[in-house]
Design a protein around this ligand. Structure first.
Ligand code: ADP
Ligand code: MG
Length: 261
């Protein structure tokens, strides 16, 4: 089976692409699927910050420029076993030629990963060169400036024949937000995830531990488990995300104990 390749996209920056891409990849790996996360945001790579991995001088750019082989640029995230192609920190933003992207996807398509999650920079990024991916996962905020870009990029993916799905991120349930029902009506496709604004995310960035590893019971992690079920339905029960039976008993007993003075 060729890998299932998901490009995480948005026209606007700062909506949570890297947050979603990183945690989805870690979650799929934890569920036992051989997963590769690629930091293809060559203008401002940030996967390494979310995973606590050192950015080395060999990574995505060396591979795109054919200065290194695929196996030379793949690193291991030790806490999860996830394979990662990190970005390279370079003060000059690097914009790969669309032919490089086609070649990258061609080589990834022949690899033996089950899932490949590609984090990208905001914008179009030569959309036709991405034709061979399995799907785009668009990330949007529930507000007009971000969602208008989502509608535009959805149309472009449609024109190019790329399947796409949508996740809504940083939902605060404020009355000023675009409501999920409204998004459902206008997006005409599948909303596969609704992620809350969750303090676990800034904490996870500060501690350099992905949210799904840091607190498996956080609202964000529970939603990520749901999203991962769409891609890995055979492993529906993922026991590590829930408290074990003994943990629940312990928590109930502790709640009756008087706090120590
Ligand atoms: P992008 O990759 O689209 O530029 P990031 O994933 O880097 O966006 O997220 C931008 C900022 O928003 C980060 O500082 C991150 O900590 C924060 N963030 C993203 N998603 C959430 C969330 N669900 N709850 C709280 N903060 C979030
Ligand atoms: Mg990013």
């Amino acid at each position: 089976m060729p890998p299932y390749i998901i490009r995480v996209s948005s026209l606007k920056g700062g909506v949570g692409k890297t947050t979603i891409a990183t945690n989805l990849a870690v979650m799929l790996q934890m569920r036992g699927h051989r997963t590769l996360l690629v930091d293809c945001d060559t203008t401002n790579p940030s996967v390494g910050f979310f995973l606590g991995m050192e950015t080395s001088n060999i990574g995505i750019i060396s591979w795109l420029k054919s200065q290194a082989q695929l196996d030379e640029v793949v690193a291991v995230h030790s806490a999860s076993g996830l394979r990662v192609i990190n970005g390279q920190i370079d003060m000059d933003p690097y914009l790969p030629d669309p032919r490089m992207i086609t070649r990258m996807l061609n080589e990834l398509g022949k690899s033996n990963y089950e899932f490949i999650i590609i984090d990208t920079r905001p914008g179009y990024d030569g959309i036709t060169s991405w034709r061979s991916i399995s799907e785009a996962l668009i990330v949007t905020l529930p507000e007009v400036p971000s969602y208008s870009g989502t509608i535009r990029s959805a149309k472009d993916f449609d024109k190019t024949g790329i399947k796409h799905k949508l996740v809504v991120n940083r939902i605060k349930n404020s009355k000023y937000e675009i409501q999920i029902d409204e998004i459902n009506e206008t997006y005409e496709n599948k909303i596969v995830g609704a992620f809350p604004e969750d303090p676990i995310i800034p904490r996870s960035v500060s501690e350099k531990i992905p949210a799904v590893l840091l607190d498996q019971n956080s609202k964000f992690s529970v939603q990520m488990l749901r999203l991962s079920n769409i891609y890995a339905p055979n492993n529906f029960f993922y026991p590590r995300i829930y408290e074990s039976f003994m943990d629940i008993i312990r928590r109930i007993i502790n709640s009756f104990r008087k706090p120590k003075a």
